[in-house]
Design a protein around this ligand. Structure first.
Ligand code: ZN
Length: 527
């Protein structure tokens, strides 16, 4: 933490005369926590970012008379937020709720206002450091209303501002006056550095959401169904369609046009259904859900559709409960992955081409060991197919407990293993007995083998009767009319045989369902 009131500590230089600027006070008109500065040589007045939040990484300097922003590192998104907010500054009351829970003897302010949801959440995670490591200070949390539910117990004061994300960069002199009035009443006040990416060792997500994350040690709980949740977002979809994407644009407006947005969403829906179907084919007991911001529609009845556009604290908490129940969460890179990654057992993230620069910024990993983390968090290009994603998810579902035995302490602790070396094998056998979905998977494989055998028999048959099963196959692949046409001719017949051969050669378990469907219909024909 750094001194804020009455005079903050600063390190800004006058862009004209290179003299060190003198701090006269501070100013907080919203997300920006600024020093009020003057040049001792030329007398120019500035506002400069205090080293908190993104001001730690690229502090900007704003000239009060002209509104010109001096940006030494050329970080356009951060400088433009300051420039635009200052030129559009307002002075109007907004909803402000102050909850003072403990006496403020040695206050430290944590400013969580921002324009991006992820930034707000990450700043708030700084709170726990003060609660746990600095019982001598009194934490004052400044939060937007939508994040109020996540403020941990123990804060001395919670100041809630009714400021939607779309107004997150707003410069409001009314708010600055309100904060000034409150903070000036104290003899001094500190400022949290508000790290943009606090260390996972410094927070425990349960303190914020009140939801206990998935316990990986209990992955093989016998009663568990393979539980997978896809995190839906509409402005950055699992789609091959081109789109405009600014890295720090408001998350609501990155899609190119309404028409292409709808096409992207249709493609995303088809991919999610394909993924769910593939997992369902592999594990008959799969519990698959889709959660996130969107209209609940167009998914098969056996998929739990938890999407909504009406976000409330209760919805947020119920989503967290779903993530905490999920062995695997899957979604597109972005702040939408923060809470899912903080609660789920494992993560598969699809990364759009322009987002690789921001890798891991949206992860709140709970894995304490490097190899465990490498095993539990996967990053794939956005172009990855539902097949690839389902194969990785299936592998995680089946193998994660065994990976923990290889990589995680106490199973790789010399002392512990040396004392009772046979415990590893015992644990391994127990996992094999308990992991119900591995049995499900193996049964599926066995069934697959049997069905393939039947197909081989069919394929090898020289009987004209083979035309009919082949036609059924084509119907499944191409629709009845085209199949009729194909099967009517010898070349058509050959083409259909080729399809059958391809189906047969595939080693993927995904094929069980189509093969089963054909097999069932063929059985009827043969009798
Ligand atoms: Zn100067």
């Amino acid at each position: 933490m750094i001194p804020l009131h009455p005079i903050p500590k600063t390190d800004h230089t006058c862009p004209q005369c290179q003299f060190r600027l003198e701090p006269r006070g501070w100013y907080i008109p919203g997300m920006r926590t600024l020093a009020d500065l003057v040049c001792p040589k030329c007398g120019r007045e500035f506002y400069g970012d205090l080293p908190a939040g993104h001001g730690l990484y690229y502090p900007m300097l704003l000239e009060r008379a002209t509104g010109v922003v001096h940006d030494r590192q050329g970080v356009e998104w951060f400088s433009s937020w300051l420039r635009d907010s200052y030129s559009n500054r307002i002075d109007s009351p907004i909803g402000f709720d102050s909850q003072n829970l403990l006496p403020l003897k040695r206050p430290v302010l944590l400013n969580c206002l921002d324009r991006l949801y992820g930034h707000c959440v990450l700043k708030l995670l700084n709170a726990q450091y003060y609660l746990d490591q600095h019982p001598d200070v009194d934490l004052v949390v400044l939060v937007p209303l939508f994040l109020r539910w996540m403020v941990p117990d123990g804060a001395a004061a919670i100041w809630t501002v009714d400021l939607p994300l779309s107004r997150g960069t707003e410069w409001n002199d009314w708010l600055a006056t309100e904060l000034n009035r409150r903070i000036s009443a104290m003899s001094d006040c500190w400022l949290s550095v508000g790290l943009s990416h606090p260390h996972p060792g410094d927070y425990d997500i349960e303190r914020f959401t009140r939801v206990r994350p998935f316990q990986v040690e209990k992955w093989d709980t016998p009663s568990a169904r393979p539980t997978v949740t896809f995190i839906w977002r509409e402005d950055r979809a699992w789609s091959s369609l081109p789109r405009q994407e600014g890295s720090h644009e408001p998350e609501e407006s990155v899609t190119a046009s309404p028409g292409s947005a709808q096409e992207s969403l249709n493609e995303q829906r088809e991919k999610v259904i394909g993924l769910a179907q593939a997992l369902h084919d592999a594990f008959s007991q799969t519990d698959f859900a889709v959660a996130g911001l969107g209209e609940p529609e167009g998914l098969p009845a056996w998929v739990a559709d938890l999407r909504t556009r009406q976000i409330t604290d209760a919805v947020e908490r119920s989503w967290c409960e779903r993530y905490a129940k999920s062995h695997v969460v899957i979604g597109i890179h972005g702040s939408n992955m923060l809470l899912p990654s903080a609660h789920a057992g494992a993560v598969i993230e699809l990364v759009p081409p322009k987002r690789w620069d921001n890798l891991v910024q949206d992860m709140l990993p709970t894995a304490g060991d490097v190899r465990e983390a490498m095993y539990r968090y996967h990053f794939l290009p956005l172009a990855a197919s539902p097949t690839t994603v389902s194969e990785i998810a299936a592998s995680l579902l089946r193998r994660l407990p065994y990976a923990l035995l290889n990589f995680k302490r106490p199973w790789v602790d010399h002392e512990a293993v040396g004392a009772e070396p046979w415990l590893i094998e015992a644990r391994r056998r127990k996992t094999g007995e308990r992991l119900a979905f591995e049995k499900d998977y193996q049964a599926t494989l066995a069934e697959n083998r049997e069905l393939k055998l039947r197909l081989t028999q069919l394929q090898d048959s020289r009987s004209w009767k083979v035309t009919k099963p082949l036609r059924l196959l084509a119907e499944i692949a191409q629709g009845p009319a085209e199949a009729e046409d194909h099967a009517a001719t010898l070349p058509g017949n050959r083409r259909l045989r080729l399809q059958l051969a391809q189906l047969h050669d595939s080693s993927s378990w995904r094929l069980t369902a189509p093969i089963r469907r054909i097999s069932e219909r063929v059985k009827g024909l043969r009798h």
